[in-house]
Ligand binder design. Structure first.
Ligand SMILES: *Cc1c(COP(=O)(O)O)cnc(C)c1O
Length: 560
């Protein structure tokens, strides 16, 4: 760690590029060598941060944090402030990400991350990323007209949450088109309505008559296609984009200050963050916060039956398919979750249904950097050695389906993280028990539309709470506070919520539904069907034609 420098640069985790600017890594998304971008140095906090930052608003904290990662020469401070202000003005609460105490006695607090436009935590990052894309494009296009203007074509696939958050982040942005593929009829009705009722000209929904995996294959094929890459500047908004990780760091600090300001907090008490985890993006932001100097004792990874991360922390092996018997040794065997051909299991928390966690590669780089070389070695040697280790591990994952790390790496990983795996059954049981436990601390909030009743958790947030309860019981010092991240609003995952709460006194799903969702499913929709039988080339034809039509209409408007 080094004190922050005025010029922050970025490198690839696989050692193929160094010295990149923030703008380059945001627009590129993935490095040319297949690696992910990380800052060359994790900045440390200014010496007076604890007193100087403690009463700042969410936006002010975001500004201070982002400024440590983005050189002022790249985005002047006035512009950065304006970008942040615009990104979070779309949230329904001035606090942006409030915390709610769920259990006073056990000191469990819920960090509500779902007050953005699509009611999922991904809004915190994607509202900012959309504005960033537009900012960079508009700046590059200064003084240019018509077809001289650079145009960005964002392409993504979704099984639900990412697509709607990306669409709401990018709708109406100048010089940017967004194409989101979803498996036709296979995303939840609310999520499908959220995506397809957005009428901005730059938003293009593609319903693929196949599975989510088919959609992902099409995205990969397009990014690898030299023809479309010649004519279109493609960009991605998936969770590997560095700006998404950066944006998520803010709420770790914001919730920390909210907690220590509260009367129940005794000075010196330890704090754990518990994070429902899929691609490891959300919790990785917590790792950056901790490395910068935020006093978090542990970061607790909470997984569902797709438990590659949990198995890693148990065994030091990162494997797509567990060797026989390993899965059962860490806890209950799978709870009837349906396994796909490739091994992904379908659970009640679909936003966490992953086979591998793409952002884990970033943590691996820092582990190798800190463990394998002495701090006295030249920094360039340390960096290239870390890159080499990451390259080898990822190559083995690709060829062998997994790799092992040695004890020193696992020990380093375990000093910052713990892990818990939670089954569907336990998820439902937690939704039920938290709803039944009416506590005065929660009845004050109407954040999830639950005035006067128990708190209604969505299934992803319930996984975090289950893990928090275990952590309280198992090994946390008695003064420990747990901040558990609530990643979605319960209305988005009605199936699990109804399964857990039907028949409970006072419960009807209507009370969960926010006004923003009323009538959503009856609104006009715009969606193009992409036939699986026509392959990715068929998707390419649609993308090319729709971008052309969109730009022609914009040219016409500019000329008139
Ligand atoms: C995306 C998502 C997650 C997983 O977050 P990662 O950053 O991929 O670990 C958890 N819960 C919900 C509701 C999500 O949409």
């Amino acid at each position: 760690m080094a004190s922050h420098t005025a010029s922050q640069r970025y490198l690839s985790t696989r050692g193929g590029s160094y010295g990149l600017s923030f703008e380059e890594v945001v627009l590129k998304g993935l490095a040319s060598d297949g690696g992910l971008f990380i800052p060359e140095e994790i900045p440390s906090l200014p010496a007076n941060w604890a007193s100087a930052w403690k009463d700042l608003s969410f936006e002010e904290l975001a500004f201070n944090i982002f400024s440590l990662f983005i050189s002022p020469a790249e985005i002047p401070p006035v512009d950065l402030k304006e970008l942040i202000k615009r990104s979070y003005s779309t949230f329904r609460t001035p606090d942006v990400t409030p915390i709610v105490t769920l259990d006073e006695e056990k000191k469990i607090h819920l960090l509500e991350l779902f007050h953005g436009p699509t009611f999922a935590f991904k809004d915190v990052a994607l509202q900012f990323l959309g504005n960033l894309f537009e900012y960079f494009l508009v700046r590059r296009n200064q003084g240019k007209t018509g077809r001289d203007r650079e145009h960005l074509t964002v392409i993504g696939a979704t099984s639900g949450d990412t697509g709607s958050a990306a669409i709401y982040g990018l709708r109406g942005k100048k010089d940017v088109s967004v194409f989101i593929m979803h498996p036709q009829g296979k995303v939840s009705p609310i999520q499908e309505a959220q995506m397809t009722t957005v009428m901005d000209a730059n938003v293009h929904n593609l319903a693929v008559d196949g599975t989510f995996d088919d959609c992902q294959d099409f995205v990969k094929a397009l990014f690898a296609d030299p023809i479309i890459n010649k004519t279109h500047r493609l960009a991605a908004v998936n969770s590997i984009n560095w700006a998404r990780i950066l944006a998520q760091i803010t709420y770790y600090f914001h919730s920390y200050f909210a907690l220590i300001r509260s009367p129940s907090f005794v000075s010196g008490a330890t704090i754990r963050f518990v994070v429902p985890t899929g691609n490891f993006g959300d919790i990785l932001a917590g790792y950056f916060a901790k490395q910068m100097g935020l006093p978090a004792e542990k970061l607790v990874i909470a997984t569902n039956a797709n438990d590659i991360l949990h198995r890693f922390w148990q065994t030091g092996k990162y494997e797509k398919k567990p060797a026989h018997g390993v899965a059962a040794s860490g806890g209950a065997p799978e709870d009837g979750a349906q396994a796909h051909e490739d091994g992904v299991k379908e659970t009640l928390s679909p936003a966490m249904d992953i086979l591998v966690s793409s952002n884990f590669e970033r943590l691996l780089w820092y582990l190798a950097y800190n463990v394998y070389m002495s701090p006295s070695s030249p920094v360039s040697t340390r960096r290239s050695t870390a890159g080499e280790h990451v390259r080898n591990w990822l190559a083995e994952l690709k060829t062998e389906g997994g790799f092992s790390v040695d004890e020193k790496i696992l020990a380093a990983a375990s000093s910052d993280f713990e892990s818990e795996r939670v089954s569907d059954e336990e998820t439902l049981a937690t939704i039920t028990s938290i709803y039944s436990a009416v506590s005065p601390a929660t009845s004050q909030t109407s954040a999830s539309g639950t005035t006067g009743k128990g708190y209604i958790l969505d299934p992803h947030s319930a996984i975090g709470i289950t893990a928090s309860l275990r952590s309280v019981q198992r090994n946390a010092p008695p003064t420990t506070h747990h901040i558990s991240l609530a990643t979605a609003h319960p209305a988005k995952f009605s199936k699990a919520v109804e399964m857990a709460l039907q028949g409970q006194p006072g419960f009807s799903f209507g009370t969960v539904l926010p006004v923003e969702f009323h009538g959503l499913e009856d609104k006009a929709r715009r969606v193009t069907v992409a036939r699986k039988s026509e392959g990715w080339e068929g998707v390419r034809r649609i993308v090319v034609a729709e971008v052309e039509a969109e730009r022609a209409a914009a040219d016409k408007l500019a000329a008139s």
